[in-house]
Structure formats: C-alpha cells, structure tokens
Write a protein that binds this ligand. Sequence first.
Ligand code: FAD
Length: 304
Amino acid sequence: MEEIVIIGSGIAGYSAAMCLNQLSCGYKLITGNINNIGGQLNKATQIENYPGAEVGISGINFMNIVKNDVGTDNFVYDEVIDVDFSTNIFKIKTNKGLLESKSVIICTGKSYNKLNINNEDFYVGKGISYCVMCDSFLYRNKSVCVVGGGDSAIRGVIHLSKIAKNVHLLVRSDKLRANNKLVEGLNECQNVIIHYNTTIQNINGENYVESIDIIKNMEHTRLDIDCIFVMIGSTPNTDIFSKYIDLDNNGYIITDAKNETNINGVFAGGDVQSNTYKQAIIAAGNGYNAAINAYYYVKSIQLK
Ligand SMILES: Cc1cc2nc3c(=O)[nH]c(=O)nc-3n(C[C@H](O)[C@H](O)[C@H](O)COP(=O)(O)OP(=O)(O)OC[C@H]3O[C@@H](n4cnc5c(N)ncnc54)[C@H](O)[C@@H]3O)c2cc1C
C-alpha cells in the first residue's frame, strides 16, 4: 500500500511531490495522459507571474525544470479511470492496474472548453490562447479577437483593449451574458468591435494565426487578426471523483484551509479546487499545502 498517491502532473502535483520528497514520505504520482505531462503550463508561450521564473522562459522548459527538480522515480505513467473512497484504504484504478493508498491528493486541474474547429490544436500557442492574463502582453498594438459573451470574456476584452490595437468580440448569440458593470466597462472601450450572432468557421495562417473566416448573421467575412482568445469556459477534471467528493455548482472540488475535501485523507490542490484564482503560483502553493496536510494525516491514522 502507498502512503500517498498524487493524481496529476501539473504544477500542483509536482509541488505536492516536491513537498513529500522533502518530508521523506513515500508516494506515487500518477501523471495522466502522457501527452499532457506538465499540464496546462506546457501551453504557455512564456511564463508570467511566477517568482524566480527566468524572464521569457516557455511553459514547456519551465515545467521540465520543475520535473527534474522533483525527480521522476515515483511517477506512474498512467491515467486514473475510477476511484473508490468508501473506506479509509483508498483505491485508485488506472488503465493498467489498481493502487491502494492511505491518502490521496487530487491535482487533476481543468480543461479549457475548445472551439472544436478542425485546425484548432495546431494553432495553440501560435495565435490561439485560452488565457488572456497569461498571453495578452504578446499582442501589444496587434489585432486580436475574443470568443465568448460571459464575465471572463468581457473582463478579457477590457484588459486587452488597453494593450492591443483593436479587439473583435465574437458572440455566438444576440446578447452578452456578462454582468452589467462589466458591460458598462466594455462600452467605454473605444477600440472594441462587437460581432453578435457570429461563429468562427475557419482559421488561416501558415505557421501562426493570420486571419479567421467568420459567419456573421449568415454572411461570410474574413477578419485579419493575430490571436484568438477562446473564453468559453472550462471544465474541471472531476467526473471520476464526483460520486464521493463534494463539488461546487461548477464541478470544482470544495476544500477547507488544509486543502482537505469532505473525505478525511483526500486532499485537492490547484485549478481543480473551487474558489481559487487559476494561476500557477496559487496551484503550486495549494498542492504543497495539500501535501503537508496529507503527510500529517498519514502519520496520525490507524487504518481499518
Ligand atoms: C496557455 C496558458 C498559459 C498560461 N500561462 C500562465 C502563466 O504565465 N502564469 C500563471 O501563473 N498561470 C498561467 N496559466 C494558468 C496555469 O497554467 C494553471 O493555473 C496551472 O497550470 C494549474 O496547474 P494544476 O496543476 O492545478 O493543473 P493542470 O496544469 O491542469 O494539470 C493537471 C494535471 O492532471 C492530469 N490529469 C487530469 N486528469 C487525470 C486523470 N484522470 N488521471 C491522472 N492525471 C490526470 C493532467 O494530465 C495534468 O497533468 C496558463 C494557462 C494556460 C492554458
């Protein structure tokens, strides 16, 4: 039986592992899909807002450094497909087998909702971004578009309007869903063009996004832009835990100050958690906090 199993190989999972290394506590870290080792930060063109990160370093390079610091001896290259938290010997089922553990730390993050256009994946990091705060600085005095009509999309447009030359806001329906205060702020932006009843049909550009073909009120038009910010929400990776773990209305895991869930001994850290800002430094801190508390939990229990 394992002392602690960490699920997820993003910055939260790595930080939890780093903590357990320091405490000389046994653990296994289940990485998830091998194409997503390192998690969302791998997609960052450049790491922002992370103390000590070398200026200009890419997400992939940064996460490789963190992975090397952690060491991969305890990694299990597999994906969790089911869990059984009904007793205090936790069972974690993966594609290839079953692990039992005294404690679990869930760091499965979230996945951004995609446009689901043919060549979308090719342009991620080359003119498609799912994070305005992370990538807006790359588009100073450029033309960009934001897809979405909710609070985070409008917040993103207002932020971008101060940086980009102009911002096209593409809204699928005929109205915005954002709150009134944000819409007031949007109306004050001079360089924002709102396109209602609009969807993207195609993305063009040899290596980077250069233009998009849109359908607006049934008519086809081309817009020359350098980046598409996709702001149509995200989905936490919590389905497999929902039978046991309390989630908020949006499917994120509810935790207390110890990063513990409603089940004693099951902790969660990072973007998967409810009510946290979705930033790397916060995910790292919460992953680390979850690990310290998991360690003390394991030291204190009598297994039944
Ligand atoms: C393009 C982009 C740029 C960004 N830039 C910045 C930035 O510059 N600065 C900043 O602070 N933040 C940035 N962010 C936000 C930051 O990436 C996240 O806040 C952070 O990565 C969250 O880390 P996490 O470990 O909680 O989750 P994630 O990074 O989402 O990692 C989750 C991990 O869990 C794994 N997993 C999921 N399901 C399973 C399963 N069933 N079994 C096993 N494993 C599973 C995944 O494969 C992945 O490895 C950016 C985000 C994006 C998308």
